[in-house]
Design a binder for this molecule. Sequence first.
Ligand SMILES: Nc1ncnc2c1ncn2[C@@H]1O[C@H](COP(=O)(O)OP(=O)(O)OP(=O)(O)O)[C@@H](O)[C@H]1O
Ligand SMILES: C[C@@](O)(CCOP(=O)(O)OP(=O)(O)O)CC(=O)O
Length: 369
Amino acid sequence: MPQNGIESVTVRVPMNIALVKYWGKRDEKLILPLNDSISLTVDKLTAETTVRMIPGVGKNTVEINGKQVELNSNKRYETVFEEALRLQRKRKDHSDSNGNQSVFYHFEVISKTNFPVAAGLASSAAGFAAIALGIQRLLNLDDVQANRLARIGSGSACRSMFGGLVHWKKGEKEDGSDCVAVKTDESNWTDLYCIILVFNDGRKKVGSSEGMKRTRETSTLLKYRIESIVPKRIEQIKEAYSNRNFETLAHVIMADSNQFHAVCLDSVPPIRYLNDASWQLIEIIEKFNENETRAAYTFDAGPNACVIVQKKDAKSLIYSLLQSIEIPSEDLKSAEEELKESFEFSTETPKSTVCSKLVISPMGGGPQD
Ligand SMILES: Nc1ncnc2c1ncn2[C@@H]1O[C@H](COP(=O)(O)OP(=O)(O)OP(=O)(O)O)[C@@H](O)[C@H]1O
Ligand SMILES: C[C@@](O)(CCOP(=O)(O)OP(=O)(O)O)CC(=O)O
């Protein structure tokens, strides 16, 4: 929508959680992964981003949650903007609201997230997918071009461009033209919910890019994972999702999260993302699953947990969590509203583990304009 020559669009994009993890790059500049990965979006954790393309030479700016980002210390934004301008120059028909051909543009990005940034909760995925989607709308790009824009911002971002089960194919080509994320054909499994528990919302010590570089250079387990494990797991996830087979889905999700953290520990020096609270959560889920597998935990590059359940089991899972984890009462109230259930809980007994935030969200929703 052109306004005084400025074109602006606002989108809301959910973060995504990988069920089979991306860890390791075959090309660091183009952000091409060493293995395929597969994910679901978490509908309630979103980045709401306005992208403006302003005619004329000027400084690009990015603001996240009211703070200006220092673009010199994070080159990824400039890479995305340059690629967008390259695609824009390729278009012959691009003109401003007065019908004038404009060769120079700069970008203004203003984003708000409703969850902590850089705490292992895939904030970069939602953030860069939102920028890519905004630019796609402004420049009328196709899905492959938009996917590439998201990916060169942050690899996992290309999986947030669609709802449903999304498969990011590593591709074989050096130029990355066959490295794309695609929505699988399965219709969305609307019964899946995700419970996020934030145990630490600080910035992690080893960032994902640095961590995956270290693992690629030093881990002996990584090669085995990439060649012998991941391809099978991608197929198992697709099949279990399509057959609505929760037990198999859950086993693969947990095994892959554990293997991802195992290759991190297999790196030199070792990388440890999980903390005592994460391990306590794992133990609670193991106990919850004693008779039947009803929940699956998964952790990205940080201690915060994402637990996937079917809606029917969400309430009993929250009761199990409440036995040993302190959860903010306002988050429990939001969970009651989301599930349309009421919980009886006492916040008086102090617990050994404290979670600073709990969010319960449906999964698989797509981005919105
Ligand atoms: N809404 C947003 N818009 C644009 N960029 C964002 C946004 N949110 C986060 N980012 C970028 O992503 C960076 C955080 O990425 P990082 O990979 O360190 O953490 P994460 O995405 O939270 O965790 P992980 O990807 O390991 O699960 C931020 O420093 C910022 O540059
Ligand atoms: C552990 C992960 O969350 C890693 C995500 O890594 P990023 O996509 O944040 O890394 P870059 O491509 O370097 O930006 C697993 C996953 O989301 O698949």
